[in-house]
Write a protein that binds this ligand. Structure first.
Ligand SMILES: Nc1ncnc2c1ncn2[C@@H]1O[C@H](COP(=O)(O)OP(=O)(O)OP(=O)(O)O)[C@@H](O)[C@H]1O
Ligand SMILES: Nc1ncnc2c1ncn2[C@@H]1O[C@H](COP(=O)(O)OP(=O)(O)OP(=O)(O)O)[C@@H](O)[C@H]1O
Ligand SMILES: [Mg+2]
Ligand SMILES: [Mg+2]
Lengths: 227, 227
């Protein structure tokens, strides 16, 4: 499904070069559940954003479903993302002037669902994530962990075939985290491809494979694990 | 040091009332290390912000060093915070147009330190938190966990006698988290009062006492623990 072909990312910081992702080649199969782990600053968000079509590599190609993502136009890439990918950002990126419910409805609106279906689907997701009674709160009327779960609900709303989640449980207590994990595992069982960046060994444990990153964006696959 | 006297916080949501903190009475001694734990949305950030003089309660009084915080003027309260408290926000609140180093220097600048001392002190803190080579990056040129550590460094910069930290390790891998915890424990040994909100049982374990919160902001002290 994804093929990273000698992909790397550097930033220029004055006269210094920062290596965010070292030259990387990796295949991610359709329907796989893979975790990306590593220390803070090791390049996990960089790798996920490259995969998600939102950050052009300095070198190499990112293939998704047979297409070279960064050889498409910005519009083509955005359209492909809208149809196929759900991205949970590490800092949520909720729309501040919309309620939790309206935030979750946005992808459904773009999909052209009936207003009634949108509302029903969005409420169902919020409910399953323990936010049923917070549907009409705006982001600044929610706790941080509640905002994180709204971001997840929005990602799942239009049923994307690929879910890319950046630290989806970082602000959650163990119980809420397990709720989110159960969700991701259920989506995985339905055949979706799940790529999760996480610091939590408990989350990584649920994946079939783990890509371990280290300082400078150097990565490798860990020895095979049984989930 | 702190005395919460029948303190509560409610929000009006249309015709509904949301209880963020249930009526709470609690003493926190000078030099204590206390953890506040509980599920997402249970009122932890609310409690910490009330203690930190940044959110007026709906009822009751918050006493700090013998003064009723919310009977002071806004200016008096801000000054007391500046002199005595260090607050690590759950969403960091870094100044986006300043570098990591400049962000950490801000409280030192307000303290009137010499420019040379400011720079030295700030660099030392960043270095101890593993960010020595990121000093000249702006927040958007840092990973999320790196931003979190800059927020911590800024809090510690002017050596406050009370540290209030809201989820200071939520975005950190186990190793970075242990580095931060070692820092907090060192500050505690120097006689500082540490109040940490956390989802991480490993973090709570290091505190002498734990205040457990539940939905609706209802809290109680857990049976005594040995750190
Ligand atoms: N715009 C930029 N300019 C310079 N350096 C950058 C920029 N963006 C990121 N970096 C650096 O690239 C490295 C990788 O960043 P990335 O956000 O991918 O890390 P991460 O593994 O997601 O970290 P965390 O676990 O803290 O979220 C970091 O060391 C960071 O300082
Ligand atoms: N401005 C507001 N209006 C209405 N409700 C609010 C407002 N701010 C917070 N709340 C509600 O108050 C409750 C407590 O919020 P708080 O941020 O203290 O939770 P928390 O324990 O810190 O959660 P987390 O672990 O997710 O950070 C939440 O259920 C939240 O929805
Ligand atoms: Mg990251
Ligand atoms: Mg909180």
């Amino acid at each position: 499904m994804f093929h990273l072909e000698s992909v790397s990312k550097q930033y220029q910081q004055g006269d210094k070069t920062v290596s965010a992702l070292d030259t990387t080649t990796l295949d991610i199969q359709r329907g796989e559940f893979i975790a990306i782990v590593g220390p803070s600053g090791s390049g996990k968000s960089t790798m996920l954003t490259l995969l998600g079509g939102m950050l052009a590599p300095t070198s190499g190609k990112v293939w998704f479903g047979g297409q070279s993502l960064y050889d498409l136009t910005v519009t083509e890439r955005a359209e492909l993302r809208r149809l196929k990918m759900g991205f949970v950002f590490q800092t949520f990126n909720l729309i501040p002037y919309l309620t939790a419910l309206e935030n979750v409805e946005v992808p459904l609106l773009l999909r052209g669902d009936s207003k009634q279906n949108q509302r029903r689907r969005a409420l169902e997701l919020l409910d399953q994530l323990g936010l049923g009674d917070r549907a009409h709160h705006k982001p600044n009327q929610l706790s941080t962990g509640q905002q994180q779960r709204v971001a997840l609900a929005r990602t799942l709303a239009n049923d994307p075939c690929v879910i890319l989640a950046d630290e989806p449980t970082g602000n959650l207590d163990p119980e809420s985290r397990n709720q989110v994990l159960a969700f991701l595992e259920e989506f995985h069982r339905q055949g979706k491809t799940i790529i999760v960046v996480t610091h939590d060994p408990e989350v990584a444990r649920r994946a079939a494979r783990t890509w371990q990153m280290n300082a400078g964006g150097v990565g490798h696959l860990l020895a095979s694990q049984t989930p």
